[in-house]
Design a protein around this ligand. Structure first.
Ligand code: PMP
Length: 303
């Protein structure tokens, strides 16, 4: 099993800094039993100036609050206090390149009734930036994403991840790197923990919001497209259309931008290196470390 902490690691629990090895939770908790909790996946990076910067901190903590509200979980914290305490946890753990996991969970309650309070934990662990050189072999999953008429699909709710776990394990058992899930209408939706884009004839396409978790990385990719003059369309499309793409990629906080080699064993038409998608990947990698576009050009001129 992976180890996310050691005897010195500190986390933030209900307003106090505590040792991860000494922190406790209630085995009668409603969240543990029913998957009734919300969380975030955030990253911090050592930027070009050597400083620790949480990427899109405000967007992530606002989504955490919106997820909690969507599920009727009490949420008394301000975004500012959570960001400040997250930086403090990183400093205490001496981490710069880290994954940050805030979790809002319910107290002991075996009924389905609302609670008057919630707990919050903010955990961090070391995570190096990804270099983007690996391409994924993706499989169309037998599982669909949860039906938005049965779940608050735009919320990052713990229980949704049973679906992600099933799809990801199915793909890995079949010898693939990752799964691609469709929505309840059979259109392309997203990966178990990432959004999807494809490139075709100079245009980027991504599934429209409605049946997916609209990711913060997805929004960043759309922003990069707008700023670089790359046309981008949000619409519903089929798996067959995706298989005709020039290139495709997943994007998410943990995955960053990661290209695909093939879908169901069928390779994509264009080489990743030199594609528009590759340029977007590089632009994303620059953004997270606050590298200015001029600096990349200066580097390219040197080689
Ligand atoms: N879809 C799902 C199901 C996810 O779990 C994630 C990861 N949070 C994403 C998309 C990408 O979201 P983000 O870019 O905000 O990390």
């Amino acid at each position: 099993m992976a180890s996310y902490y050691n005897g010195h690691t500190i986390l933030w629990l209900d307003g106090a800094f505590v040792k991860a090895s000494e922190a406790k939770t209630d085995l009668y908790g409603q969240s543990l039993h029913y998957g009734y909790a919300v969380f975030e996946g955030i990253r911090s990076y050592r930027n070009v100036k050597g400083l620790t910067k949480i990427f899109k901190a405000r967007e992530h903590f606002e989504r955490l609050r919106n997820s909690a509200r969507a599920l009727n979980l009490p949420y008394p914290w301000s975004t500012e206090e959570l960001i400040e305490n997250t930086y403090a946890v990183l400093t205490k753990n001496n981490q710069q390149n880290a994954y940050i996991r805030p979790l809002v969970y319910a107290p002991a309650n075996m009924s389905f009734a609302k609670n008057t309070e919630s707990h919050i934990a903010i955990e961090t662990w070391e995570m190096e930036p990804f270099l983007g050189d690996k391409l994924l072999r993706v499989m169309v999953s037998g599982f669909q994403r949860p039906n938005p008429k049965g779940f608050k699909i735009e919320a990052k709710a713990s229980g949704h991840y049973v679906n992600s776990i099933l799809a990801s394990q199915e793909a890995k058992a079949a010898g693939y790197d990752e799964a691609l899930l469709t929505d309840m209408n059979g259109y392309v939706a997203e990966g178990p923990g990432a959004n999807v884009f494809f490139e075709k004839d100079g245009v980027l396409y991504t599934p429209a919001a409605g049946n997916i978790l609209p990711g913060i990385t997805r929004a960043t990719v759309i922003e990069i497209c707008h700023q670089s003059g790359i046309p981008v369309k949000e619409q519903f499309f089929t798996v067959e259309a995706l298989k005709e793409a020039d290139t495709a990629f997943f994007c998410g906080t943990a995955a960053e931008v990661i290209g695909w080699e093939s879908l169901d064993g069928q390779p994509f038409k264009k080489r990743w290196i030199g594609s528009l998608s590759h340029r977007i990947q590089q632009a994303y990698q620059d953004r997270v470390i606050e590298k200015q576009p001029e600096e990349r050009f200066a580097e390219l001129e040197k080689v």
